[in-house]
Design a protein around this ligand. Structure first.
Ligand SMILES: Nc1ncnc2c1ncn2[C@@H]1O[C@H](COP(=O)(O)OP(=O)(O)O)[C@@H](O)[C@H]1O
Ligand SMILES: [Mg+2]
Length: 298
């Protein structure tokens, strides 16, 4: 497969869901280089998913523009694909059929399709399962099928919205490592929204911290660590501590425009509980709070 990344340019991006609702985020500016892996972290409700949906062309912003290699993004495209927490597979189809479904709709012949599908399945290490029914696979394997189905279209950018939070620690760690290495090998941009500080450190070249209401990119941290990244590596742990500190600062301090006094009044240890996605706080909080404990090592 021949794939390349994109240059991302976000300018003065603002969004509100309706004329009467408050601004979700306000004049967000962001530039990312071809092939760069970005992690977006921030408290629940600060607009991470909204930003990702706009980046994927699934939603139009109220104001501002997203440009990918100078093309304005205003609709979905196979050039930028989004993966969600649930893999959304066709349960009655085999792995290979699920992976090839996009090529099928694009009118590819069966022969051409087979070669590309085989390659994509191999990339995600599912070659022994190509003829299995997806219903017989584990959650992690199903997420791999969804990944192969995205990669088969040769996207330039892969967008992930907390895609591994429903998986167990071992499965999650394997997918984090593989998604990073695959996107790096193919040169694809990666944008991952996560509430997991470890995930950001293990997967990204740069972490962006969103905070405030309306949300803004409050801070960023360059994660210049060599690959492969191991959780127990002191350099990885030091980076995690730096990101955690930056996150606490963003969550605990008043946001840039000083509007979010409610959050600012909370102590940092409480503020971080809000980092989990809405409704999932009970599972996400202990994992973040216990970062560095053996239970967190997957
Ligand atoms: N479909 C929607 N209609 C109206 N408001 C929404 C909708 N989706 C999200 N919001 C609001 O926009 C804000 C940002 O939401 P979201 O982007 O999901 O945040 P995050 O992913 O950071 O948790 C929240 O206040 C949320 O309530
Ligand atoms: Mg979200």
């Amino acid at each position: 497969m021949t794939v390349r990344g994109v240059h991302i340019q976000i300018e003065k991006l603002s969004h509100r869901y309706s004329a009467r609702s408050p601004l979700t985020f306000d004049r967000v500016e962001l530039e990312a280089q071809r092939g760069e892996a970005l992690a977006i972290i921030g408290r629940s409700g600060c607009g991470k998913s909204t930003l990702l949906h706009i980046l994927a062309g699934l939603m139009r912003p109220t104001d501002g523009t997203v440009r990918l290699d100078n093309d304005v993004v205003d609709k979905p495209s196979p050039r930028w694909v989004m993966m969600f927490q649930a893999p959304h597979l066709f349960p009655w189809m085999k792995v290979s059929q699920n992976v090839g479904v996009g090529l099928h709709f694009a009118g590819w012949s069966e022969e051409k399709r087979r070669a590309r599908v085989t390659e994509a399945i191999k990339l995600v290490h599912l070659q022994d399962y190509a003829d299995n029914n997806v219903q017989d696979l584990s959650g992690g394997q199903q997420q791999r099928v969804a990944l192969a189905r995205s990669l088969v279209m040769e996207p330039e950018m892969l967008l992930l919205d907390e895609p591994f939070s429903a998986l167990d620690a071992f499965t999650r760690a394997a997918l984090q490592r593989d998604v990073r290495s695959i996107t790096k090998r193919l040169g694809i941009n990666l944008v991952i929204v996560t509430h997991d500080i470890d995930e950001a450190v293990l997967m990204a070249d740069r972490a962006l911290i969103m905070a405030g209401s309306p949300g803004k990119i409050y801070d960023e941290l360059q994660i210049d660590l060599p690959d492969p990244r191991e959780r127990q590596d002191p350099a990885v742990q030091a980076m995690r501590a730096r990101l955690m500190e930056a996150f606490h600062k963003a969550a605990g301090a008043p946001p840039p425009d000083g509007e979010d006094t409610h959050d600012a009044a909370k102590p940092a240890s409480q503020s971080i509980q809000g980092i989990g996605a809405g409704g999932k706080g009970t599972t996400t909080t202990p994992r973040i709070m216990s970062a560095g404990t053996p239970a967190d090592i997957g």
